[in-house]
Design a protein around this ligand. Structure first.
Ligand code: MTE
Ligand code: MO
Length: 298
C-alpha cells in the first residue's frame, strides 16, 4: 500500500519516493493523534501552492450564493460536526458512517494538486485527505457496480442559496468506478493541515485533479455505488456545456469560451495566462479513456 502511489505532480516536482513513504506514515500518526500538519518540506519542491487566503476567499459553493465571496461570508452557518455519510447501493457494508469513526481508519496524506475550474481559472492546493479507493475497499464494492454517485448535504435552513433554483439540489456528482479507484482521487478533509474550511466543502469533499472543479462535490453526505451513470447537477442544468466526464482538455472548448489557457488566481491583474494541460497535467490517467472519443465524451 505504502508504495502504491507514484509521485504524479509535475516534472518539476522532485518529491523523493522514500520521503513520501515516511510522510505517509507521519501523516497517519498525526491523524491518529488528531493533529493537523503544517509546514511541509515537499512544498518547496516545485508546485507553489496558492495562499490559504486565496484558497478560502475565492470559492464556488452555490448553496451559499453564486458570488465568489459568498461562501466565505455565509458557509459558517453550516453545521459540520457531527457528520455522517450514508453509503449505499451496490456495497457489501451499506450504512450511515460517522465521520469521527471513519477518518481515523484512513491514511491521511498531503497531496499538492493543480486545480482547474471549468471557468478557466486555476490554483494549486495542498489538500489533506485519503484515497477514495481505500474507503471503497472498506465498504466493499459489489460486482456489478460501475459508477460512484456523490451528494452534497441539503439543508435549506443553513444554505441560503438553495432557496433559488440555480441548480437541481442537492448538488450531485459522479465518477466511473475506475476513476473513483484511481490513486489520485481523494476525499479531502483539510487544506494546509487545517480542517477543511466550510467554504471549501467541510467536513469532507471530493478531489479529482484531472477533472474540472465542478466534479469536486463538497460537504458529501451520501455515496452510492450503482450500475448506471448517475445524474449530475451541472450536466442536468446544461448537458451541452458540462459533460459527465469533464476531463480537463485544452482542445475541447466550452461552447462560450476557450479552455486552452487559464488564469492562475493570485498571480496579479497583469499575470500572463498559462497554457492548460491535457488532463490538467495528470497524464497517467490517459489509459482510463483509451478508445474513447474525448470530444464526444467531454
Ligand atoms: N456542493 C457543491 N460542490 C461544489 C460546488 C458547488 O457549488 N456546490 N462548486 C464546484 C465548483 S464549480 C468548483 S470550481 C469547486 C470549487 O472549490 P473551492 O471553492 O474549494 O475552490 O467546487 C465544486 N464543488
Ligand atoms: Mo468550477
Amino acid at each position: 500500500m505504502a508504495n502504491r502511489w507514484r509521485n504524479t505532480l509535475t516534472s518539476d516536482d522532485v518529491t523523493p519516493e522514500a520521503m513520501f513513504v515516511n510522510r505517509r506514515q507521519m501523516m497517519a500518526g498525526a491523524a491518529a493523534l488528531g493533529l493537523g500538519l503544517t509546514a511541509s518540506p515537499l512544498r518547496a519542491a516545485g508546485l507553489e501552492p496558492n495562499s490559504f487566503e486565496d484558497i478560502t476567499s475565492y470559492n464556488n459553493y452555490y448553496e451559499f450564493g453564486t458570488g465568489k465571496d459568498d461562501p466565505a461570508r455565509y458557509a459558517d452557518q453550516l453545521t459540520t460536526d457531527p457528520w455522517t455519510i450514508k453509503i449505499d447501493g451496490l456495497v457489501e457494508k451499506p450504512g450511515d458512517y460517522a465521520l469521527s469513526d471513519l477518518v481515523p481508519q484512513m491514511t491521511i496524506e498531503e497531496r499538492i494538486y493543480r486545480f482547474r475550474c471549468v471557468e478557466a481559472w486555476s490554483m494549486v492546493v495542498p489538500w489533506n485527505g485519503f484515497e477514495l479507493a481505500d474507503l471503497l475497499e472498506l465498504v466493499g464494492v459489489k460486482s456489478g457496480a460501475k459508477y460512484v454517485a456523490f451528494e452534497t448535504v441539503l439543508r435549506p435552513e443553513e444554505m441560503p442559496g438553495t432557496r433559488f433554483p440555480v441548480l437541481d439540489w442537492p448538488y450531485r456528482e459522479g465518477l466511473r468506478l475506475d476513476e473513483a479507484r484511481h490513486p489520485l482521487t481523494l476525499l479531502a478533509t483539510g487544506i494546509y493541515g487545517k480542517p477543511m474550511p466550510n467554504q471549501n466543502g467541510a467536513p469532507i469533499r471530493l478531489v479529482v485533479p484531472w477533472k474540472y472543479g465542478f466534479k469536486y462535490a463538497k460537504s458529501i453526505s451520501r455515496i452510492t455505488l450503482t450500475d448506471q451513470e448517475p445524474p449530475t447537477s451541472w450536466n442536468m442544468a446544461n448537458a451541452r456545456e458540462y459533460g459527465f466526464y469533464s476531463n480537463v482538455n485544452p482542445e475541447v472548448a466550452h461552447p462560450r469560451w476557450s479552455q486552452a489557457t487559464e488564469r492562475r488566481i493570485g498571480g496579479g491583474l497583469f499575470a500572463k495566462r498559462e497554457p492548460t494541460l491535457m488532463f490538467n497535467g495528470y497524464d497517467e490517467v490517459a489509459s482510463l479513456y483509451q478508445g474513447m472519443d474525448l470530444r464526444k465524451n467531454f
